[in-house]
Design a protein around this ligand. Sequence first.
Ligand code: 9D3
Length: 260
Amino acid sequence: MIFHVLTIFPEFFQGPFAHGVVKRAGEAGLLEIRIHNLRDWTLDRHKTVDDRPFGGGEGMVLKAEPIFQAVESIWPERRPGQRVVLLSAQGRLFEQRMANGFANEPELLLICGRYEGVDERVAEHLADHEISIGNYVLSGGELAAAVVVDAVARLLPGVLGNESSAAFESFQDTGHGQGLLDCPHWTRPADFRGWKAPQVLLNGNHEQIRQFRQQAARDKTTRLRPDLLLIRGQATKPPNSSQGESGTRIHPEPYGKIED
Ligand code: 9D3
């Protein structure tokens, strides 16, 4: 799979992509990451990528022209498997389901937003998806793009012991297995500073261990991520939420173009 990243900070990505799964997948030829400097597609001598917002207001906005020029030069004849993703604070919340969908595409181009935002014509007429990685304010889309690349790269066949795309298809869920958080884990020593690993995990009774883990996952989900129970309509009493209705979707509809 080929990832393109369009950014005004190309140096930023030497860090995140030089380690771990993404680095190894790159070395194995399973993915390729091409970083593109947005300023390469400016025409003025100051290499201007931003301008003041129409209507006034604080901050600057990334101009549409260099972004369109860049994408049209990277893909002179854009094909269906070549998806453009705009990372912006106004985007739809990125989740596992979207990563699964992206992993099935041959090529992805991530546009990193900056400043106060990006000229809306990029979202309307160039990008297939506009996504945010969470409800907090970042200073730009670069960290978000690295997050998306990592989440997608680890799904590619051959990268993490995903031997075939069949193994990969069995992972077409939200990433939380049965819709719950993973169960908690312990490793040696069994007693660390007086804090003991649960005895049941040491006794070798696999049925008891399975039941313990299932309950521990439920308990932890109820405590830390009651929203996951709401999505599946499993919550008996909606903890601290106005979305009490059974089966309430956090996202209003499935991701049409991506999957589901
Ligand atoms: C007045 C409100 N603005 C600034 C506080 C809105 C705003 C503009 C630009 C907020 C963030 C940004 C820059 N952020 C991104 O480009 C971004 C982002 C994010 O901020 N949070 C989560 N995901 C992403 S993806 C890109």
